[in-house]
Write a protein that binds this ligand. Structure first.
Ligand code: HEM
Length: 404
């Protein structure tokens, strides 16, 4: 895996042509595997002999993972994403009620309002930047960051710092000292926010988690409280940020597809789903570990191996999405289970924030292209530089001309 990230699709196609499961070298010359084929990934994600708890990570247990390993937080953060069975259900249930389709739909007016004010900001940024503004910075980032911060009760003044730190945590090319420092500071900032909430509880998720920690009956430990906040902040904004950025980039580069939406032949929800499939915001997700030697698509994955879920590859698997899997097509059939993308996960760890991500991205795209129908990229698409991560998949910035 290239720690500096880059566009994953050419390498994915080469790997997929060889098979649905591939051995990979992780940072620090660590041996791992990736599951890339759609059917193999679906089977693997729901397999009863596959765990997420890092106790099953052989190299970690044997002390072979150095301090400051760039993927350490993914493996060891204490929260639902590294828990199995009853522990997983307990941790997930503490926040899941806030993310049901009904509760999320109640957020629509607030999301619309925030979107409208961010479009004003984008317009102002372009006016003072010679007609060009970075859509990622001024629109795609503050929308999901604003929403998840409001849900968690995080004040405005913390947001830039939290984004900077979470961005370092998801970067795969970060040095060991920087990785340790970013993790430590993220934990410290969230600890400070939690301590303030314990003093003055509010009507927010952080206060609800603190109440669970303070109840009798071990519903939530201190490390799990902070781990859950880390997870919610990172998962709640880095991903949707990539989705909105990737969707705008795709529509600008495929104006015929934008036209189909304008003519009512496809909806904004179709754009969201096709972007998730075609340019998955989460490219390779760390980690799962087979609890015994496991054969997937004819390849043995040894017990305790760290395995990446290859969402960006599965989204373009021609065996499932057809010979034109590389084509961005908002009218593509996607309703049956056999062809539904896996980019929000599958099985017990299916994305908790899926309804929220879909709502935010749908509102963002509709409002953006309604207000700026002539919006276009300000630089050629192939000159956009990519994120330095193989976990997240997007570009670093998206300079656009927001034209009415
Ligand atoms: C486009 C946006 C998003 C994408 C592409 C995405 C993708 C994913 C994927 C692929 C997983 C499964 C990871 C795995 O175990 O392999 C996941 C899990 C998760 N997502 Fe999302 N996500 C998005 C938005 C969100 C948002 C907005 C939130 C929070 C509000 C969120 C919270 C979570 C959480 C907490 C989990 C862990 C669930 C568990 O382990 O039970 N995600 N997401």
């Amino acid at each position: 895996m290239d720690p500096s990230g880059g566009c994953p699709h050419a390498a994915n196609a080469r790997l997929l042509a060889r098979g649905a499961v591939a051995p990979v070298v992780l940072p620090g010359e660590m041996e791992g595997m990736a599951v890339l084929g759609h059917d193999a990934l679906r089977e693997f994600l729901a397999h009863p002999d596959v765990a997420k708890d890092a106790r099953h990570f052989t190299a970690l247990r044997e002390g072979r993972i150095p301090r400051g390993w760039p993927l350490m937080t993914f493996a060891t953060v204490r929260g639902m994403t590294t828990a199995d069975g009853e522990d997983h259900r307990r941790l997930r249930s503490l926040v899941s009620r806030a993310f049901t389709a009904r509760r999320v739909e109640e957020l629509r007016p607030r999301i619309e309002q925030l979107t409208i004010s961010l479009l004003d900001d984008l317009d102002h940024a372009a006016a003072s930047g010679g007609g060009v503004a970075d859509l990622r910075r001024h629109f795609a980032l503050p929308l999901p960051m604003g929403v998840i911060s409001e849900l968690l009760g995080v004040e405005d003044r913390y947001r830039d710092r939290l984004h900077h730190l979470s961005n370092q945590v998801v970067a795969t090319d970060i040095g060991p000292q920087q990785a340790v420092a970013a993790n430590r500071e993220l934990v410290a900032v969230l600890g400070e926010i939690a301590a303030a909430k314990a003093e003055r509880p509010g009507d927010d998720l952080t206060s609800a988690l603190i109440a669970a920690r303070d109840e009798e009956g071990d519903r939530l430990g201190e490390q799990e409280l902070i781990g859950t906040l880390v997870l919610m902040i990172i998962a709640g904004h880095e991903t949707t940020l990539n989705l909105i950025t990737n969707a705008v980039r795709a529509l600008c580069a495929h104006r015929d597809q934008l036209e189909l939406v304008r003519k009512g032949e496809a909806g904004w929800g179709d754009v969201v789903e096709e972007t998730l499939r075609w340019d998955a915001p989460v490219s390779y997700f760390p980690f799962r570990y087979p609890v015994r030697d496991l054969t997937v698509d004819g390849i043995v994955i040894p017990k305790g191996t760290p395995v990446l879920a290859g969402y960006s590859a599965a989204g373009r698997d021609p065996a499932v999405h057809g010979a034109d899997a590389d084509r961005f097509d908002v009218t593509r059939p996607r309703r049956t289970d056999a062809v539904r993308h896996l980019s929000l996960g599958y099985g017990a760890h299916f994305c908790l924030g899926a309804p929220l991500a879909r709502l935010e991205a749908g509102v963002a795209l509709e409002r953006l292209f309604t207000r700026f129908p002539g919006l276009e990229l300000a630089v050629p698409e192939n000159e956009l530089s990519r994120h330095s991560s193989f976990v997240g998949n997007s570009v670093r910035s998206l300079p656009v001309r927001p034209r009415p």
